[in-house]
Design a protein around this ligand. Structure first.
Ligand code: 13P
Length: 246
């Protein structure tokens, strides 16, 4: 089954209004590659100015709260990021699972909140180095999928990002064979959970994707795109990753 590739950036806690000039060339690269979906997740304060500056680009959030509103000081809801111009959000990034103690159940509820508001969810999973070295990577990741996948998950509004924690920001990546094995295991788990719809969900790879390794990683079996941190901060690095997707 042919799935369109999705190349998504994640600026994390980086960037400023001045840095939004980078989006101009990224939007242009997206417009000239109609076969690839391009998206950029930004700090909440940059969503509105980015959506205004690059209306054709899919701008998103890096996290949302599971509730629509309420007494949750410092949090932002799916409805709020949508009003600011977001079309999607990342949920369950390993940095939030680690720093904010987010559980699979939290991640699932956040993804369902996004769906309630018509936004796309990118649900992140990934094992730590200890878990991989102990031989538990596939068990850990498939359990995260089972716990984090939103009810009624459909390829129309949900994607998965496999990001091994030890590959994030380290310059280390799994081998193409390891990526193929994990993406295959994720696809098999999705089939078990949602049947044929599993073939419509995109499974992105994330963790030290660069212009140098993007072509190889993006063409591994069952890799339907990339979630890119550091290399998404500048057009000079992100545009070649987009170009490598096809
Ligand atoms: P890096 O591409 O900087 O390794 O980050 C990956 C990531 O965490 C994207 O969500």
């Amino acid at each position: 089954m042919a799935r369109r590739k999705l190349v998504a950036g994640n600026w994390k806690m980086n960037g400023s209004r001045a840095a939004l000039t980078e989006l101009d060339a990224i939007a242009q690269a997206a417009a000239t590659r109609p076969g690839v979906d391009v998206a950029v997740a930004l700090p909440a304060t940059l969503i509105a100015p980015a959506a205004e500056r690059a209306p054709a680009l899919s701008i998103g959030a890096e996290d949302v709260h599971a509730a629509d509103h309420g007494a949750h000081t410092g949090c932002i809801s799916a409805a709020m990021v949508k009003e600011a111009g977001a079309r999607f959000s990342i949920v369950g990034h390993s940095e939030r699972r680690a720093d904010q103690g987010e559980t699979d159940a939290d991640v699932k509820a956040k993804a369902e909140a996004l769906h309630r508001h018509g936004l796309h969810a990118i649900v992140c999973v990934g094992e730590t180095l200890d878990e991989r070295e102990a031989g538990h990577a596939e068990a850990v990741v498939t359990a995260q999928i089972a716990g984090s996948l939103p009810d009624g998950a459909s390829g129309d509004w949900c994607s998965i990002a496999y990001e091994p924690v030890w590959a994030i920001g380290t310059g280390r990546t799994p081998t193409a064979d390891d990526v193929a094995a994990m993406h295959g295991a994720i696809r098999a788990k999705l089939r078990e959970l949602i049947g044929g719809e599993a073939d419509r969900l995109r499974i992105l790879y994330g963790g030290s994707v660069t212009p140098d390794n993007a072509r190889e990683l993006l063409h591994v079996a069952d890799v339907d795109g990339a979630l890119v941190g550091g290399a998404s901060l500048t057009a000079a690095k992100f545009v070649p990753v987009i170009a490598a997707a096809r």
